[in-house]
Design a protein around this ligand. Structure first.
Ligand SMILES: Nc1ncnc2c1ncn2[C@@H]1O[C@H](COP(=O)(O)OP(=O)(O)O)[C@@H](O)[C@H]1O
Ligand SMILES: *[C@@H]1O[C@H](CO)[C@@H](O)[C@H](O)[C@H]1NC(C)=O
Ligand SMILES: *[C@@H]1O[C@H](CO)[C@@H](O)[C@H](O)[C@H]1NC(C)=O
Length: 334
């Protein structure tokens, strides 16, 4: 077959493959197999995944890439880095998980909870938050009206079910979990449990990530105790924070989050604390943001922006009020 003809056949089949991306992979696979036989240099995945985003349930997590990402991009969060790495590597290397992976991220605003979720998402599905297999829900945005809870519940259950049916390794991120109505948490609960299947769908390869500020004040207090005792931030260990979190989050009946019994039933696999950020971390955020904008890093600007942030407690001024949250918008003035 001539090269030109080979290529037009290829394009026709590719167009077809693109349009029927939802078609079961076998038939698309066959079509691509035929094309590959003609052209001889294209692999199944190369082709199929170029036109339709692929959900490769068995895609291996590149642990060293995730480690590198966390260590280079996430500042001042040694505990989160450690736990997230361990949790994801363990979960992704388990061929038969007994339940979906559920992470609960806690900490002050602007300390990197959304940011780390984005890093996790990108390491699981290359298109990250833009992937068809990664879903971000923000309580106040997606579920704002209390009188519509019933509707939200039905909708969300339908979405999770539909999305996990389409891609077992789907990722669901819930931001502002502490503002989420307990009724909605109840609606998610069955998916997080140890069931083999729920109505014929298995949720065991999915990942749920909950973000909240709950416990942030207590985490901050612990960090402050360390600082006042002259101990290094990096010396803080999980066991220093576990009792703190359990008091502030697990047993706090006012933290709406836990009315739903997620805790009692042990459905959350890892509680991950985010420490408050210090002046030096804010500086690092500014540098990173300048680099991301392709601007040379001017230390004067770094200092100016970092100094504009507000710090607490009043006497010592150690931790940034909003973490790194407003760094980006402040930089627009320079
Ligand atoms: N620990 C951190 N390391 C690096 N960048 C951070 C960190 N914390 C916050 N940032 C920056 O600040 C922005 C806002 O943080 P975000 O993750 O949204 O905070 P939140 O904890 O409230 O979810 C992020 O997009 C990121 O650029
Ligand atoms: C994993 O990531 C590392 C660092 O980014 C990269 O050098 C390596 O090639 C990757 N390995 C695989 C199998 O993709
Ligand atoms: C997947 O979830 C999104 C919302 O995150 C929703 O719009 C979409 O309809 C869901 N897909 C299926 C197949 O249910």
């Amino acid at each position: 077959m001539s090269g030109a003809l080979g290529h037009s056949v290829l394009w026709l089949l590719l167009l077809a493959a693109g349009e029927v991306a939802a078609l079961e992979p076998v038939s698309v696979g066959l079509a691509i197999g035929v094309v590959s036989a003609f052209t001889g240099y294209l692999s199944y995945e190369d082709l199929y995944c170029r036109f339709a985003e692929c959900c490769v349930a068995e895609r291996r997590l590149n642990a060293s890439a995730l480690k590198q990402d966390l260590e280079e991009k996430l500042f001042g969060q040694h505990l989160a880095t450690e736990v997230i790495l361990k949790a994801l590597v363990g979960f992704k290397s388990n061929k038969n998980p007994k339940k979906p992976l559920t992470l609960s991220l806690h900490g002050w605003a602007g300390t990197g909870k959304n940011y780390v979720s984005q890093i996790i998402a990108e390491n699981l599905h290359p298109r990250g938050l833009k992937s068809n297999f990664v879903h971000l829900y923000v309580s106040t945005l997606h579920f704002p009206h209390e009188q519509k809870i019933k509707l939200y519940q039905d909708q969300l259950q339908k979405w999770i079910r539909g999305n996990v049916s389409a891609c077992a390794s789907s990722v669901f991120i819930f931001d502002e979990m502490d503002k989420l109505h307990p009724g909605i948490i109840d609606a998610i609960k069955p998916f997080l449990d140890y069931y083999e299947q729920v109505d014929g769908v298995s949720y065991r390869k999915a990942i749920f990530i909950f973000l909240s500020n709950a416990g942030g004040d207590l985490i901050t207090r612990t960090a402050l105790d360390f600082w006042r005792a002259g101990r290094k931030r990096e010396e803080i260990q999980l066991k220093d924070l576990e009792p703190v979190l359990s008091l502030g989050v697990f047993n706090n009946k006012h933290s709406g989050l836990w009315h739903s019994g997620l805790i009692d039933r042990n459905l959350v696999d890892y509680f991950i604390p985010f420490l408050p950020l210090e002046y030096r971390h804010v500086q690092m955020c500014v540098r990173a943001e300048l680099q991301a904008r392709g601007v040379t890093v001017d230390e004067d600007v770094v200092t100016k922006v970092a100094q504009e942030m507000t710090f607490f407690p009043k006497d010592e001024m150690i931790y940034s009020d909003k973490g790194c949250k407003t760094v980006q918008s402040r930089l627009d003035f320079y």
